[in-house]
Design a protein around this ligand. Sequence first.
Ligand code: HEC
Ligand code: HEC
Ligand code: HEC
Ligand code: HEC
Length: 230
Amino acid sequence: MKRLIALLAAVSLIAAATYAISGSIVGTPHDFSGGYGGTDLGSDQICVYCHTPHNPVKAVPLWNRINQSHYVFEFYKTSATLTTATKASGFNSGSVSLFCMNCHDGQTALGSIKNPGVDSNNNTIVMDTSTVIRSTYGDILTTDLTNSHPVGFNYASAASQDATLAAKATVESKLKTANVGGVIFFNDDANNTGDMMECASCHKVHDNEYTKFLRISNVGSNLCFACHIK
Ligand code: HEC
Ligand code: HEC
Ligand code: HEC
Ligand code: HEC
């Protein structure tokens, strides 16, 4: 019996370690398979609320949400201490942050997707197209991003103009933890290849290990120090 308990403890330790290495979207606030705030949104799948395997609205990243560039956004760029690179903030049709704003604008219904797919009877799934994100936790940012951390600019250019910003490669090494890997700065449709600072530079949409979908823990402002030399 003792041995069994020890074995179970070891197994659960391994399970806990595995979880720490790779967080999952399952059960996070981005998992709508069980509905949202008590409303069934239509599909009991998870990825479908953002991605589709075929015929997407936007090829990268196989994006399934409609109205992606529907709204005009305002940005944090009046601050006198910003670099000219940051003051040039804006979104074009390839801006990764638009993917977030397609729900966090507070206007687009969570179930507004292009390809809902079919149910087990081969009937097209009917999506709820009225429920929007609720404001309770400050999760609605609106289209006015003048009071949010700057996004939608070329990080490499900003860093070349401001000595208190860490070099792009340094930031990448600090934010690419074992459970994220991948990309910290993004492409857009204006030939900014791999340099754009977006919502997903700080957040990882599929993994809520550190809460608020943060890339790394922000204890001691760890996240902020990845870029800001202060
Ligand atoms: C709430 C919206 C949302 C949901 C739900 C979602 N994704 Fe994503 N996904 C995104 C966004 C936004 C990006 C692009 C930003 C990025 O790469 O961080 C992305 C990028 C990706 C990528 C390419 C980059 C990477 O991180 O590897 C893959 C693969 C991916 N998603 C797979 C999935 C799968 C599989 C599911 C379901 C288990 C899923 N996603 C659910 C929003 C979502
Ligand atoms: C399909 C719609 C959708 C998309 C796309 C989406 N989100 Fe969310 N997000 C939500 C909803 C709904 C919640 C939960 C709000 C609530 O708790 O009522 C949420 C919650 C969050 C939270 C708070 C999590 C917490 O622990 O409280 C963060 C941070 C967040 N999202 C960031 C992002 C970022 C960054 C992107 C893009 C990379 C993104 N989201 C894309 C719908 C979306
Ligand atoms: C510079 C890093 C950074 C960027 C860029 C950033 N966020 Fe956040 N975000 C954070 C941190 C840190 C928190 C946690 C704040 C807290 O705990 O109060 C947060 C919290 C949130 C929340 C939860 C609500 C709240 O106020 O706590 C949402 C939703 C969110 N971010 C969405 C976004 C979206 C969408 C974008 C792009 C427009 C974005 N974030 C860009 C760092 C960032
Ligand atoms: C991925 C890199 C990155 C991370 C992480 C990050 N920032 Fe920033 N932040 C920037 C860049 C780049 C600017 C634009 C600076 C410029 O143009 O001079 C900026 C601008 C700012 C500004 C406005 C400065 C001004 O001149 O008005 C503040 C304040 C700020 N960040 C605070 C934070 C805080 C607090 C955190 C942690 C929650 C954080 N940042 C995390 C990259 C980052």
